[in-house]
Design a protein around this ligand. Structure first.
Ligand SMILES: [Zn+2]
Length: 360
């Protein structure tokens, strides 16, 4: 009896209790500085009305994103999220219902935010976007070390600093960032075209950042050709347009990200390699301020540490938008991903506990 109990406890500790899960592949999508306010509330009327925050004419942007109720507005902005994920997945972080998701880190900008999510750990030493290679091991490389996963964790990022955040110099993962072509023994014609597209468009943002459409096409071509088991897509348009004070373009970026999420989900669900054994998780790396401070984020911008988590997959019950009062933290995402795949994430640093309500 004692031996049986000990074995049971060992299984629990090693995370084997989730070994019966269906998920064999995960897709993570990060949306840089996209606020929970727009995710749950749709376009903000004051910001949409302010001339100084918009480039397109008002009839155009109102037709695209305005509606009288919050629920209509958010569905207009992110139709896949509010039709598909709200019906078949789970959405955490609607603070107006008391469902709170926050970053554990106190810096509220990109490198610390992404590092917290991917490593499951807030490291106070990581306090700059110029930080060198991340010393903390992440969930992507941990999964890649598992049997059958070698060479199967890949990263596509609009922002070049992501190569340091995931530390490809240490783990040698396939990481594609701004300014780089995908290189492989043999590329498909779609992959070749996706590489080329980078040189057919203006370097719109400069400073180490490419348009998300390019990042997505490279990722989408790769998933079809290489069938990775773990794919991390790091989008950045929302943050760049946010800093630039372009509210209509910021909304466009969110709207197109929603279309990319829909596109990759439809691909996954019609491809036997992935169908009904793939979980997709979407979240930001930080929030933004409120009212006039919407363009900014960081310790001096209140509310910019506020976040959300969306998840859709075969091991996630269809709870939809979570309306219960709750407090979650972004450092819990890494262990949640591991548990969904039947693994227990251990690293060269402490790892926060998984989100139990996602796993039940
Ligand atoms: Zn930013």
């Amino acid at each position: 009896m004692r031996i049986v109990l000990m074995m049971y406890l060992l299984l629990m500790i090693s995370g084997e209790s989730y070994a019966q899960n269906k998920t064999k592949n995960v897709i993570l999508i990060s949306m840089d500085g996209y606020r929970w306010q727009e995710l749950f509330g749709g376009a903000d009327s004051i910001l949409l009305n302010a001339k100084k925050y918009n480039s397109q004419d008002s009839s155009q942007r109102f037709a695209k994103y305005w509606a009288f109720t919050e629920k209509e507005r958010r569905a207009k902005l992110m139709p896949f999220v509010w039709k598909e994920i709200a019906a078949n997945g789970q959405i955490y972080g609607n603070r107006s219902l008391g469902n709170n998701v926050d970053f554990r880190n106190t810096y509220w900008f990109s490198y610390p935010g992404r590092s917290e999510v991917l490593t499951g750990y807030f490291d106070p030493a990581i306090n700059s976007n110029n930080y060198s290679d991340n010393p903390n091991e992440n969930i992507l490389e941990f999964i890649e070390k598992q049997k059958g996963y070698r060479g199967k964790s890949v990263v596509f990022a609009s922002w070049d600093v992501v190569a340091k955040i995931v530390n490809r110099n240490r783990n040698r993962m396939m990481v594609n960032i701004y300014g780089e072509d995908v290189k492989d023994q043999k590329l498909t014609s779609t992959q070749e075209l996706a590489n080329k597209m980078q040189y057919f468009l203006p370097d719109f943002f400069g400073k180490g950042e490419r348009l998300d459409g390019l990042t997505y096409m490279l990722a989408r071509a790769y998933i079809e050709a290489g069938h990775p088991r773990v794919m991390y897509i790091d989008l950045a348009d929302t943050d760049v347009f946010g800093h630039g004070g372009k509210y209509d373009y910021y909304l466009d970026a969110a709207h197109y990200a929603d279309a990319m999420i829909a596109d990759i989900w439809h691909y996954v669900q019609q491809e036997p390699f992935y169908r009904n054994q793939t979980t997709i998780i979407i979240y930001p790396d930080h929030g933004r301020g409120e009212a006039e401070q919407w363009t900014s984020h960081g310790t001096n911008t209140p509310h910019s540490g506020e976040s959300y988590i969306m998840i859709l997959g075969p091991d996630t019950s269809p709870k939809g938008e979570i309306t219960a009062a709750q407090q979650l933290y972004m450092d819990q995402v890494a262990q949640t991903i591991a548990n969904i795949m039947g693994l227990h994430f251990t690293a060269n640093h402490p790892v926060a506990n998984a989100i139990e309500s996602i796993l039940k």
